[in-house]
Write a protein that binds this ligand. Sequence first.
Ligand code: AP5
Length: 218
Amino acid sequence: MILALFGPPGSGKGTQAKYLIRSLGIPQLSTGDMLREAIKSGADVGKRAKDFMDRGALVPDDLMIALIGERTSQSDCQKGFLLDGFPRTVQQAEALDRLLTSRGLAMTAVLSFKVDRAELVARLSGRLVCSRCGASYHERAKPTKVEGVCDLCGGSVGKRPDDRPEVVESRLETFMTSTQPVEAYFRQQGRLLEVDALGSEEEVKQRVAAAINGGRAG
Ligand code: AP5
């Protein structure tokens, strides 16, 4: 099974990805997480990506396509994988199609998360992330039991640098101009499944499961 989660920043892709990988037994390939790891470890990819991420811009396609090409060739991806944050441009979507075709594979479905702008801003402005395991929290909607400490691993929890209000604006703008056209690309292929991503995590989780099981792409 090869799935992709598509949606604007803060639409809940990372949150739902964690549930999905547990139920489907496939790895989560979050390009955002991969880039943040590369920045932390001082890898070349991270050095090239940092300035783009700090500004809320997209990292160049060639770098992202190479990153996904390499990651999907690893052994844990043989039974499938869940893309989270990729593809984000039509060029990336086309490159992904070529890559999958060359391996005799095809995308199963792309789940497109729908959330209005006010809710996106509210979610991102209050988001807290564990620096060790990546678990996601929210200052008001989903606080940690102990302030600043991850419930799951005890790591320290804080804000992501690109969740500053001015960078959020820029990320939302980038989504509208560069990423939104990817939705039409997959709709044309009949692989798009729209999911109402407003409501509680549990409600969204049920809708995601229903979309995958129903599989009525449009
Ligand atoms: P990335 O890390 O992928 O960020 P993003 O797409 O902007 O998505 P987010 O992680 O911000 O949001 P999400 O949808 O995962 O929401 P989450 O579940 O965390 O990318 C970062 C940067 O890397 C990009 O800006 C770009 O520079 C670069 N990059 C990455 N991939 C790239 C690519 N392919 N090409 C080029 N550049 C690339 O939830 C958010 C908050 O909401 C949390 O607090 C959560 O607790 C809360 N929440 C979740 N669900 C609910 C709910 N149902 N109700 C209430 N609150 C909820």
